[in-house]
Design a protein around this ligand. Structure first.
Ligand code: PLP
Length: 465
């Protein structure tokens, strides 16, 4: 008889029973059910510590994308668990419609302190998409109350991702979301082509391109009629676009364009915030201050679901005077006491352990090590800033031809990466590397070694070498 593991004992079910129940009842995201039914289609994770996680079979893996670009302080932080526990025993909930709690106030004040410039009014919610919805609604109502009632359009970027709710999806430009399935989308959304120097949409080269990708915003604002444009909404570094880091001129130019036309600039720092790029917020790399910033993920390192839209004082001031001026938006879980204490403790850890600085230093090292992988025939490009890095995979380096779905490069690579000790999947076009900000040089050597070995094995299997 096979002995039950402690996890099976605790669950009161065998691994097989747990897997069967999951396949029957659990709707995991995005992938087809049959993929999950494959032998290693999903893992049941049971423990985690630092940058490593363990599955129910006892295998450990490096968490190469920090859960989902969010476990910034690393796994297993007892300090956060204790703070949440204690808060739950005092008071776990107060409705932000009428009241609040001490950690909620302290977190709002902390966010006002650490975000750039006059970003200082914090509207809490539970996830990134909700924060994006709120930011767009705040922009819309601001313009109504600021004498521009016809400004409702929001300009986003193709290739970007801002969440899965209808509004957030409408402004996203991600083909992975298959937006056509949900048409008609929310009609305020417009899109421009992305920053993507490796595959410039205009076939131009930096710097002679004169940053055409940012000029597209101005052209679009003019075409749409500036009096109808409410906001530009973009990620400082476009993760879902392929981990695209903008050239230095991009953000300052975008800020200037928005100011010129009275359009609000919303920076979606859901992934880039809280040290991920080697600064507390990615906007700081380019010295710009957005009008609204959306944050989630790294705000609590995922220890509790919490997100926020952080708004400039000058804008927030337009929402007071009478009941009609108040923001017409609220959510049940916004400002949840346990979520806010988790976020506060998370930020305290980041500051005490200088994790933003570590992300900057280790990020440079990681990018340097990844550069050595350019020798592989299928590595077309290497990009990154801080601990937000990626490889772009190509079938042909000269033509930059992408692999087709029949090639199954993502499945082949994922299998090898998992076998060699990395947890997260390769995508058809990218391998992403974004470990927790506590990562060391030794960990990075191990991760890059795994990627190198796995790519080599797949190249051999496909007869590319
Ligand atoms: N914005 C960005 C830049 C994101 O990457 C994501 C999610 O990955 C979101 C918003 C949506 O966040 P959530 O999944 O918490 O709704």
């Amino acid at each position: 008889m096979v002995e039950k593991s402690v996890y099976e004992e605790k669950a009161g079910m065998s691994i097989k029973e747990l897997r069967d129940k999951a396949l029957e009842h659990l709707w995991l995201y995005v992938h087809d059910y049959s993929e999950f039914a494959e032998e290693d289609g999903f893992k049941i994770l049971v423990e985690a510590d630092g940058i490593r996680v363990k599955d129910i079979t006892g295998r450990t893996y490096i968490d190469n994308i920090s859960g989902l670009w969010l476990v910034n302080v690393g796994h297993g932080r007892k300090e956060i668990a204790d703070a949440v526990h204690e808060q739950l025993l005092h008071i776990h909930y107060a409705s932000s419609y009428d009241h609040t709690t001490i950690p909620t106030i302290k977190l709002a004040a902390k966010l006002a302190e650490i975000t750039p410039g006059s970003l200082s009014k914090v509207f809490f919610c539970s996830g990134g998409a909700e924060a994006v919805e709120m930011a767009m609604k705040i922009a819309r109502q601001y313009h109504i109350q600021n004498g521009s009632p016809h400004r409702f359009k929001v300009i986003g970027r193709k290739g970007s991702y801002h969440g899965a709710t209808w509004g957030a999806q409408s402004i996203s430009g991600s083909a992975i979301q298959r937006p056509w399935l949900f048409e008609p989308l929310v009609p305020m959304a417009r899109h421009v082509d992305p920053i993507y120097c490796y595959r410039c949409p205009w076939d131009l080269e930096y710097p002679s391109c004169k940053i055409q990708c940012v000029k597209e915003f101005e052209k679009t604002i003019q075409f749409e009629n500036p009096d109808t444009v409410s906001a530009v909404l973009t990620e400082p570094v476009s993760l879902s676009g392929g981990n695209i880091v903008p050239v230095d001129e991009y953000w300052p130019m975008l800020r200037e364009i928005c100011d010129k036309y009275g359009v609000l600039l919303i920076a979606d720092e859901v992934i880039t915030g809280f040290g991920r790029t080697g600064k507390m917020f990615a906007c700081e790399h380019w010295g710009i201050e957005p009008d609204i910033m959306t944050v989630a993920k790294g705000l609590s390192s995922g220890y509790q679901p919490v997100a926020a839209a952080i708004v400039k004082k000058e804008i927030a001031d337009k929402f007071t005077g009478s009941a009609r001026d108040a923001l017409a938006h609220g959510v049940t879980f916004g400002g949840h006491a346990a979520a806010c204490i988790a976020a506060l403790t998370n930020i305290e850890i980041m500051e005490r352990e200088n994790l933003v600085e570590n992300a900057a230093q280790m990020g440079k090292y990681l990018l340097g090590q990844l550069e050595t992988l350019r020798e592989h025939p299928i590595v077309g490009d290497v990009r990154g800033i801080g601990l937000l890095c990626a490889l772009e995979l190509v079938k042909d380096k000269k033509t930059k031809e992408l692999f087709s779905s029949e090639d199954g490069i993502d499945k082949k690579l994922t299998k090898k990466l998992n076998e060699n000790g990395l947890l997260y999947k390769a995508w058809p076009q990218n391998i992403f590397l974004a470990p927790p900000l506590i990562v060391t040089k030794g960990d990075i050597d191990e991760m890059v070694g795994v990627v190198d070995k796995s790519i080599g094995a797949v190249e051999k299997e496909m007869g590319i070498l």
